[in-house]
Design a protein. Structure first.
Length: 170
């Protein structure tokens, strides 16, 4: 399934399964040492499904050895993954962006935060970044610091609930 219990990939899959009516407490989750190991197990028929980042699946999708069933993004991806439906398109009311963040030390001044918002916003708007996203089948969901904090706060309760159901959090 993934490389760690409770990581973003595991959580996104559990949220989708729960929204589809599956009792996630009864799911059997296998943890692998790498995404490559999970793809090997999937291709060998040793597991029924695997959740992974699109970039981990692209090589096998291109050869026709793998079929991506759904994505957790709010809207379809572009390029080679444009034909993959979202969970919502399949009638499963869930989304879950697998994001990455950059954190700074406690006590940054407003001027320092504004500096990093400008720098990181420029990177997210650059042609090089857009090419990297396209190459890996990802969407640009950059959010400046205030919007990121709001997103994390809103996501926290939902993730805490599903991790509690999985027996991974109190």
């Amino acid at each position: 399934m993934g490389t760690a219990l409770g990581n973003a990939t595991h959580t996104s899959f559990a949220l989708a399964m729960r929204a589809a009516g599956v009792d996630i407490r009864k799911m059997r989750t296998v943890v692998f040492n790498s995404g490559g190991e999970s793809m090997t197990a999937l291709l060998g028929g040793h597991i029924d499904a695997a959740a992974a980042a699109p970039s981990a699946m692209l090589p096998q999708l291109k050869t026709g050895k793998l079929r991506m069933l759904a994505i957790g993004a709010p809207k379809r991806l572009e390029g080679e993954l444009a034909n993959v439906p979202t969970w919502r398109e399949l009638g499963v009311d869930t989304t879950f962006d697998l994001w990455r963040g950059i954190a700074g030390p406690r006590g940054l001044t407003p001027a320092q935060i504004a500096f990093w918002d400008r720098v990181l916003g420029a990177v997210a708007a650059s042609p090089e970044w857009k090419q990297e996203l396209e190459r890996n089948g990802l969407q640009n969901i950059y959010k400046a610091s205030a919007a990121t904090a709001q997103h994390w706060k809103a996501e926290f309760d939902e993730v805490k609930t599903v991790l509690g159901e999985l027996g991974l959090a109190k």
